[in-house]
Design a protein around this ligand. Structure first.
Ligand SMILES: C[S@@+](CC[C@H](N)C(=O)[O-])C[C@H]1O[C@@H](n2cnc3c(N)ncnc32)[C@H](O)[C@@H]1O
Length: 247
């Protein structure tokens, strides 16, 4: 199917959900909290405010590390929320990008921002749970995700879904935190403004990711730990990079 038509269909589906179907999602006790408009508004304010310096250098880093500049096809940002990273990726790649987030209240903002940036035809949005992605097997060329995996109900299931949805030879970059190329002073200011110290142990998270990759039988992957042990003690987070085996 023509990529533009597919994009329009996916966007229409997303808007239909926002228009009235969001309340259909199950709220069985014990399940994660139903995402709200207030959650989306809070994250949008963060993306426009304190987190704004993150997205352009992160997109540069992703494009460089995954060599995406000339790659065509479909990219998915799982848990993209406001989609600011997607807009930066659109500017640096030829891919069509999909905001696949569990909270559909982000989508009017995201699609509006894309339209305003002249990127409306390059993006789509669909309500998606990282652990049950609404895409067929071998659908995507690239899957990225920033700051979302800590919220996934099951990390291993989320990475397994990423693998399922990627084409053989498709690329993933999943992590949390900041890009390596963000200067230390900017990172320190950002963390201070947002009152965010390292609330998690990156060593522990790295071990969790390694255990998941082992269980999934993937030996060929990299975990990037930007600027570990920097003199300011800023937690830059960590990033898992892999290619889906072609066999
Ligand atoms: C901290 S925000 C990060 C947003 C965006 N990636 C960014 O860096 O600006 C976490 C995002 O993950 C989304 N999210 C949480 N649980 C999810 C799940 N199970 N599947 C997909 N998205 C999820 C949230 O709705 C939210 O948009």
């Amino acid at each position: 199917m023509n990529r533009l038509i597919r994009g329009a269909i996916v966007a229409a589906v997303a808007l239909a959900i926002v228009a009235g179907k969001a309340s259909e999602r199950s709220t069985t006790p014990g399940q994660p909290k139903e995402p709200t408009k207030a959650d989306a508004e809070r994250m949008i304010r963060a993306a426009e405010g304190g987190l704004a310096p993150v997205y352009a250098p992160l997109a540069e880093e992703i494009v460089e590390r995954l060599t995406l500049a000339d790659r065509e096809g479909v990219g998915i940002d799982v848990g993209s929320g406001p989609g600011t990273l997607i807009l930066e990726l659109c500017r640096r790649t030829k891919l069509h990008w999909i905001d696949a987030d569990i909270n559909p209240y982000f989508f009017p903002y995201f699609l509006g921002q894309a339209e305003a940036a002249g990127l409306g035809g390059r993006v789509s949005a669909i309500r998606a749970d990282a652990c049950a992605l609404p895409f067929r097997d071998h659908f995507a060329d690239v899957i990225v995700s920033r700051g979302s995996f800590p919220f996934w109900p099951d990390l291993q299931q989320g990475i397994a879904e990423t693998l399922r949805v990627l084409k053989p030879g498709g690329l993933a970059y999943i992590g949390r935190g900041l890009p390596e190329r963000m200067p230390l002073e900017t990172a320190r200011r950002l963390r201070a403004e947002r009152g965010e110290g390292p609330k998690y142990d990156p060593d522990e998270t790295e071990q969790q990711l390694r255990a998941v990759m082992k269980t999934l039988g993937l030996e060929d992957y990299r975990i990037h730990r930007p600027r570990p042990n920097n003199p300011e003690g800023v937690n830059y987070g960590l990033w898992l990079q892999f290619e889906k085996p072609r066999r």
